[in-house]
Design a protein around this ligand. Structure first.
Ligand SMILES: [Zn+2]
Length: 346
């Protein structure tokens, strides 16, 4: 007998849509299942000002196919030159829902990120005052810190000092990958939340490196040891409202992934909800999928839960295309490595 599960339509609290031909190809993959998404601002050049965010939102809406509904929730890329008044004005109109902090050089298109945190103090103070969340890519970029340790070191060296220096600042630790990240959220208050990606619930670092290098499993922050993956699964499925879905779905063409210096990112927009239903079923937590995908993030961002719904049905194995075709080239869809039995209907 087929089992069905109907949940409030989910949102993706961390998404890369890019621009141009790539945007047009990947946007329907998200809009098919998700009502809203927090849109990452790391274009080239980055989305720094309110005016740039408004223009990017208009390009996203123009790329949305007829008959689909989707609300992009815009973010600003924090730089050492960001103007607190511009941030406040963009938040006031409802255009901008968060500001994104990339340590300089942390990931794709992050060269404009912050080097000296004292130079963004005015922006952070303004954000604390108006309740605008700061989304952080939580990795230090110091060359001497091992790539597998960069999240834990970031918490100690950067995140905790920022939070202590800015009382009331609301922070989302984006795409946490370690038990250290989980523990830091749990040890703090409701001003701190964290997104967890789909792929970090599935892969550990062995998936990337054992038996040959698998470029489509390479992302940043890089997947860690199995003990960390298990901590993420426990956090995602455990019902704590401070943890919510942010896929970090990040399209790169196969040509840019399968090369001597491949780009970081997994493209999961297409099959995320099927994968998550499987994860939550495996953890005996299907009743908590709605909170993780549809409720907790909306609560953190102080937005209403979507009135529309999404229905998942368990039955015969469902298949998704291995790749999507874009105007820039093919993009490989994340392969969870196990059959998917939950199909999704609007
Ligand atoms: Zn990202």
């Amino acid at each position: 007998m087929n089992q069905t599960l109907t949940i409030a339509r989910p949102d993706d609290w961390h998404l890369h849509l890019r621009d141009g031909a790539m945007l047009r190809a990947v946007l329907p993959e998200t809009a098919r299942h998700f009502a809203r998404a927090i849109i990452m601002p790391n274009l080239v050049p980055p989305v720094v000002t309110g005016a740039q965010a408004a223009a990017y939102r208009d390009r996203i809406l123009a790329a949305l196919p007829d008959g689909m509904t989707f609300e992009p929730l815009m973010t600003l890329y924090l730089t050492e030159d960001t103007d607190p008044a511009d941030v406040a004005a963009a938040a006031e109109t409802g255009l901008v829902k968060a500001v994104k902090l990339y340590p300089a050089g942390a990931t794709t298109n992050s060269a404009s990120g912050v080097r000296d945190f004292d130079r963004v103090r005015g922006v952070l103070d303004k954000m604390a005052e108006i309740g605008l969340p700061l989304c952080v890519h939580g990795e230090v970029t110091d060359a001497e810190v091992d790539i597998f340790d960069r999240e834990a070191v970031f918490i100690d060296r950067v995140l905790d000092p920022i939070r202590r220096a800015t009382p009331g600042l609301r922070v989302v630790m984006e795409h946490i990958t370690t038990r250290d990240g989980v523990a830091y959220v749990k040890a703090n208050d409701t001003d701190l939340g964290a997104t967890i990606t789909t792929h970090h619930l599935i892969i550990n670092r062995n998936h990337i490196l054992v038996g040959g290098i698998r470029p489509h499993y390479y992302c940043l922050p890089v997947a860690k040891r199995e003990e960390h993956r298990l901590a993420l699964r426990a956090a995602a499925t455990g019902g704590d409202a401070r943890f919510f879905l942010g896929t970090d779905s990040a399209p790169h063409t196969d040509a840019n992934k399968e090369t001597a210096c491949g780009c970081a990112g997994c493209f999961t927009a297409t099959n995320t909800m099927s994968i998550l239903a499987q994860v939550f079923e495996d953890e005996g937590a299907l009743d908590r999928l709605e909170g993780f995908a549809s409720g907790n993030g909306a609560a953190f961002y102080r937005l209403p839960v979507n009135a529309a719904t999404l229905t998942l049905t368990r039955g015969e194995a469902v298949t998704y295309p291995a790749k999507i075709i874009t105007g820039e080239g093919e993009v490989t869809v994340f392969d969870p490595g196990f059959p998917l039995h939950w199909s999704v209907s609007a």
